[in-house]
Write a protein that binds this ligand. Structure first.
Ligand SMILES: Cc1cc2nc3c(=O)[nH]c(=O)nc-3n(C[C@H](O)[C@H](O)[C@H](O)COP(=O)(O)O)c2cc1C
Length: 316
């Protein structure tokens, strides 16, 4: 019943992708998600190309299933990573922060399935024209860098505008969220925040605890004046950043404070000066589980909801 077109396209059992997350999505998390029947994704972010190669090789040792690499197009290493994925025989790429147009020919020549992340209808249409195989349509409930629209408003508008498959992201944490996005026109989901607290996710324990303790209203959006808004959990750093916004401090001041901030949270567990990226759905996430438990639970909930929904529709 849930063998969606995304499963065929990506050669996976369940249409659930783990979002590429800078400093977070390494071989441990990606291989666990793939082994559980979803699509694990390694985040290349700004990492040196040799580090990304090492992560790819370790993932290959831990799984023989499909997995992907997230290429951050704004990174100064993007060019090198774009060629590395070809050398390493990667079959699926997701792209964030920018336009993958200039690599499309290269990736297509290597038989790579390309799935850009899009925050708007205009970009979705452009990516389809460039030859994208599917789209990750991400609403601003998501953790990390965000656009302006919510998942609820964006997914159906993109679904009407393109004919390639859509993977919804942003604010999805359980089977209800997954079912809702399928109703809006998606045929797969991508989650970041829920996988932050997976047992196989090797982030600092303090980061996990902060996500597990978060309430619905505990995230804020910082960095709007820089043109790169980011959703993070409230902490002393977020308060400093918001104060700077109020005082109309220059973009360079934000960049200075934000430099290395995600690494400080993920690697050092610095909950005061680190950027604790997480989405609005953090308030729903209450326990650490293995990737297999997370994926199986969501698929079970999804199945029940689809059946109950039909009964409600019939007035039962
Ligand atoms: C800590 C963190 C880091 C992220 N880093 C990236 C990244 O490097 N590239 C990218 O395309 N998306 C990144 N994202 C977005 C996720 O891949 C995913 O689309 C998003 O988390 C989905 O929304 P959710 O958090 O509500 O599940 C990041 C998200 C988080 C929480």
């Amino acid at each position: 019943m849930f063998q969606s077109n995304i499963c065929q396209l990506l050669n996976i059992k369940y249409p659930i992708l783990q979002g590429g997350m800078a400093w977070v999505a390494n071989h441990s998390l990606a291989s666990a998600v793939s082994n559980a029947g979803g699509l694990g994704i390694i985040a290349a972010a700004n990492a040196p190309v040799e580090v990304v190669r090492e992560e790819i090789r370790k993932t290959k040792e831990k799984t023989d299933r499909s997995f992907g690499v997230n290429v951050m197009l704004l990174s100064e290493n993007a060019d090198e990573v774009a060629h590395l994925v070809c050398e390493e025989g990667i079959k699926i790429i997701t792209t964030g922060a920018g336009n993958p147009g200039k690599y499309m020919e290269l990736w297509k020549a290597h038989g790579i399935t390309v799935i850009p992340v899009v925050p708007s209808v205009a970009l979705a249409k452009r990516m389809e024209r460039y030859g994208a195989d599917a789209l990750i349509v991400e609403g601003n409930e998501a953790g990390g860098h965000i656009g302006e629209l919510t998942t609820m408003a964006l997914v159906p508008q993109v679904a009407d505008a393109v004919s390639i498959p859509i993977i919804a992201a942003g604010g999805i944490g359980d089977g209800r969220g997954m079912a809702a996005t399928f109703m809006l026109g998606a045929s797969g989901i991508q989650m970041g925040t829920r996988f932050l607290v997976a047992k196989e996710c090797a982030i600092h324990l303090k980061y996990k605890e902060k996500v597990l303790r978060a309430k619905d209203i505990d995230t804020v959006v910082t960095g709007r004046p820089t043109g790169h808004p980011v959703r993070i959990l409230k902490n002393p750093l977020s308060r400093k950043l918001l104060n700077m916004e109020k005082n109309q401090e220059p973009a360079s001041a934000f960049e200075e404070l934000g430099k290395g901030a995600l690494r400080r949270a993920v690697m050092e567990g610095d909950m005061d000066n680190g950027s604790i990226m997480a989405g609005q759905i953090a308030g729903l996430i209450k326990k650490e589980q293995t990737c297999e438990e997370i994926i199986e639970e969501i698929m079970k909930e999804m199945k029940i909801i689809m059946q109950e929904g039909w009964q409600r529709w019939q007035g039962k």
